[in-house]
Design a binder for this molecule. Structure first.
Ligand SMILES: [Zn+2]
Length: 79
């Protein structure tokens, strides 16, 4: 689980706790807003999750998107 307020960026790649029915567990963030849009990297399915549910479901970040600040940098919170 991550902080609900943890910065998220389009292009981030995350591993979710729950394995998708297709067998995939890595997802790419494609939309950041009140809801978080993620696409399954295995089957390409896109889903929208409320930020709270997303934060609960994330196991870890595998990669950060191009908009992410460097490690340890305190960048502004995304929209
Ligand atoms: Zn899938």
């Amino acid at each position: 689980m991550i902080e609900i307020s943890a910065p998220l960026y389009v292009g981030d790649v995350v591993e979710m706790r729950k394995v998708h029915p297709c067998g995939g567990k890595t997802w790419e963030v494609v939309r950041v807003g009140a809801d978080i849009g993620i696409t399954c990297r295995t089957c390409g399915r896109r889903v929208l999750l409320p930020r709270r549910d997303f934060a609960r479901g994330v196991k870890r970040f595998l990669a950060r998107g191009p908009g992410a600040p460097g490690e340890g940098a305190a960048g502004p919170a995304p929209a």
